[in-house]
Design a protein around this ligand. Sequence first.
Ligand code: HEC
Ligand code: HEC
Length: 418
Amino acid sequence: MFLFTLLRYFLPAVGVLLLPVFFGLRASAQDLAAGQIVKLRNIEFNPDRLLVQAGDTLTFINQDPFKHDVYIVRTADPNVVVYPATNLLPGESIVIPFQEQGLFTVYCTIHGGMKGKISTTGSFELTEEEKRKVASVKVLPPIVKTGETLFWDKAQCYQCHRMGERGEGLRGPDLSDIGFRARIQAQKLGLDAATEYLIQSLLQPDAYLVEGYTNAMATVYQPPIDLSAKELTAVIAYLQSQGGEVDTWSINLDKEKLATLPAMNPFRHGDPERGKAVFQEAGCNSCHTVGAQKAVSVGPDLTQIGAYRNWTWLTESLLDPNAEIGPEWQYATVYLAPEEDDLFAFEETVEGFLRKNTDTVVEIMVASERLERLPKERVTRVEVSELSKMPTDYVETLTFQQMADLITYLQTLKGSAP
Ligand code: HEC
Ligand code: HEC
C-alpha cells in the first residue's frame, strides 16, 4: 500500500522517468525532452541564451498567436546553416537533437531582430578575430535566395526586367538598385516605407507608372505567373536586397490588404469545378462535411455555407480563421482531477470543442460525433483557446487563383441539411 501511495504522489512529477523503467513504456521524445525548452513568445526566444551539450535535445514551442520559424546558423560563420528555417504555427513545437559544438545563433527569419544564442562552450561571445571575420561576411536570410530563384524563373520577372549586368529584360526598368530607389519613390508618393512601394509595384502595378514606361507590368498573382502570398514575400525580400535593407518583417502582406486585391474581388469569378478539386487537395474535406461527403475530423458542416455567407465573409474566413470563431467552435482544454479510486491516475486533460459549460457538466466534442460529458465535480479548470483549429496558412500555401476558385465553389454549396 505504501508503495502505491508513494507512486500516487510522485508519479505525476517523475512519471515520465519511472514509467519506462517500471512498465517498459516508451515515452515520446517530447515527454523526455531532457534538453531544454525554448518558448517563442512575444516575438522573443525565451530563454535567449542556451548552454547545451552536444547530443542534447532542444524543444522549440511557438506560444505566440502567429507564425514563427526556427533557423540556426554557426555564429562565427553565418553561412553554415545548422538547422534550416522551419515554420512553427501557433501552438506547434519541434524537437531538435543538437549535435554541434561551438557557438550558434538561432533566428526567426520572419521577425527581424528575434534571435537567441546556443553555446556548447560556455561562452556566448565571439573572439575578436571571429568578430572581424563575421563583419566582413554579408549574410542574407534564406528567403532572399528563394526570391532570387523565383525572379529568374517561375515569376518571370526576368522577361521584362534586368539587374544591371544580369539578364536582358527591357520592357520594365532595370531593378539593380530597386531596394534603394524604392525608398525615394515611397517618399515621393507619400507611402510609409520603401517596402510599401515594392508591395504596391507588385499588387497594384497601375497605381503608379515609372516614368517612360507603359503599364505593361504583369499581374503576377494571377495565372499564368500565379504567385502565392508566400512567394510574393520572397520576391520582395529579394528586391529589398538590391541596394536596400532586407527586412522581411516589414513585408506585411496583411490580410486586409490581400482581401482588397482584384484577385479577391467578388466580381471576379473563379471556377467552381477547380475549386472543388482544391477543396480535396488542400484537405478541407478532412474537417468539413459537404453533403454526403463526411469529414473524419471536426469542423463546421459546409453543406449550406453558400446559402448564408457572402463572398467577403468567406474570403475572410479563409484568410484569417482566427478573426471570428463561432460559439460552437471554441477549442478548449479541460483539466480533470484524478479519480478518487484510481491509484495510478494523473491529472487528466480532455481537448476538443467546448459545447456546454454549466454548473453540472462540461461537454466537449472530441471527434466527429463523439461528445464527452464531464461531470463538473471532476473539472478543475477549463482553458479556452483564442485560436481557431482551422489552419491559418492557406494564404501562403494556396495561390490567389486557387482561393478564388475555392470561394466560388463554397458559394455554390446551398444544399439542404443532411
Ligand atoms: C510583362 C513585363 C513585366 C513582367 C513579367 C514584370 N514586370 Fe515589373 N514592370 C514592368 C513595367 C513595364 C514596369 C514599369 C511600369 C510600372 O511602373 O508599372 C514595371 C515596374 C516594376 C517595378 C517598379 C520599378 C521602379 O523602378 O520603380 C517593380 C519593383 C517591378 N516591376 C517588379 C517586378 C517583379 C518582381 C516581377 C516578377 C514577379 C515583375 N516586375 C514582372 C514590366 C514587367
Ligand atoms: C484541421 C481542420 C480544418 C481544416 C483542414 C479546414 N478547416 Fe475550415 N474550419 C475548421 C474549424 C474548427 C472551423 C470553425 C472555427 C473557425 O471558424 O475558425 C472552421 C471554419 C471554416 C469556415 C467557416 C464556417 C462557419 O460556418 O463558420 C469555412 C468557410 C471554412 N472553415 C472553410 C475551409 C476551407 C475552404 C478549408 C480548406 C482550404 C478548410 N476550412 C480547412 C477546421 C478546419
